[in-house]
Design a protein around this ligand. Structure first.
Ligand code: BTN
Length: 264
């Protein structure tokens, strides 16, 4: 629970140190992405806009999954404009960029930064378990805007989560044994996001050099779920278009979309 004094210190850091121009904070909300969808329809909304909450009651993940955000988690959505000149088809890259920004911020508050990895397309892993999930959406009311929803397991506990979630996920506090400064984590993630989006606005690509050293999947056997069936292969990283690169029995392939359902 963040008290009012702590909150106003965090808000003033967000205003002075990051690119965010509008902040909305809720003690509890269904989903920050749902609220951001409504806000994004406002033409005069100062952008980037941040929607932040302490608890979500209807948090959403990819593929219609539920995202649990208890007290102590860092839960927010940012509305940004798609950089001018970048085609809409390149929007999925923003998920990967948000993953890089969150990874860097998380790495800055754990003793072993090397243990913090990005998992294509948009998860962050800490010591082999998921510590952050990202859900990027484009509002149909304003297709030039992008909503980046980020949930980081900071000081929350996953002890009351279902077994399968507990096996695969971890919070920073659980992994390190110490509380993390959620304000610092938020500011660092937003600063990283601004940097990633600025570079993206120039190249329209993701920098492979930024992704490769932190890629969880490179060199591993992957099972990727596609709408028409699963495909298996060894991951050889990501392409500058954001696609996942696999070496399959049929040769090298790139996949724009899909869900990694297994990796050894
Ligand atoms: C995933 O791992 O499938 C993505 C999880 C994304 C969760 C974040 S929490 C803030 C924002 N609001 C939501 O309802 N979802 C995203």
């Amino acid at each position: 629970m963040v008290n009012e004094a702590d909150w106003s210190a965090i808000a003033s850091r967000v205003r002075s140190e990051t690119f965010v121009r509008h902040i909305e904070r809720h003690e509890e909300i269904g989903s920050t992405n749902d609220r951001a969808m409504v806000l994004a329809a406002e033409r005069d909304l100062p952008i980037p806009a941040l929607v932040l909450t302490e608890r979500q009651t209807a948090g959403r993940g990819r593929s219609a999954n539920v995202w649990r955000s208890g007290p102590g988690a860092l839960t927010f959505s940012v509305i940004v404009e798609r950089p001018p000149g970048v085609p809409a088809a390149r929007t999925p890259i923003v998920s990967l960029l948000a993953g890089l920004a969150a990874r860097r911020a998380i790495a800055g508050c754990v003793p072993d930064a090397v243990a913090v990895k990005v998992k294509w397309p948009n998860d962050v892993y800490l010591a082999g378990r998921k510590v952050c999930g990202i859900l990027t959406e484009v509002p149909s009311s304003s297709p030039h805007r992008i909503i980046i929803g980020i949930g980081i397991n900071g000081n929350n506990s996953l002890s009351d989560a279902p077994d399968d979630v507990r096996r695969r996920a971890v919070s920073i506090r659980e992994a390190t044994g110490t509380n993390v400064d959620l304000g610092e984590l938020l500011v660092a993630t937003l600063i990283g996001l601004e940097e990633e989006l600025a570079a993206f606005g120039i190249t329209g690509e993701i920098s492979i050099d930024s992704w490769s050293p932190h890629c969880l999947l490179t060199g591993r056997d992957i099972r990727l779920r596609l709408p028409n069936g699963d495909v298996c292969g060894v991951c050889t990283g990501v392409a500058s278009t954001g696609s996942l690169r696999l070496e399959t029995k049929e040769g090298p392939s790139e996949y724009k979309f899909g869900e990694v359902i297994g990796f050894d």
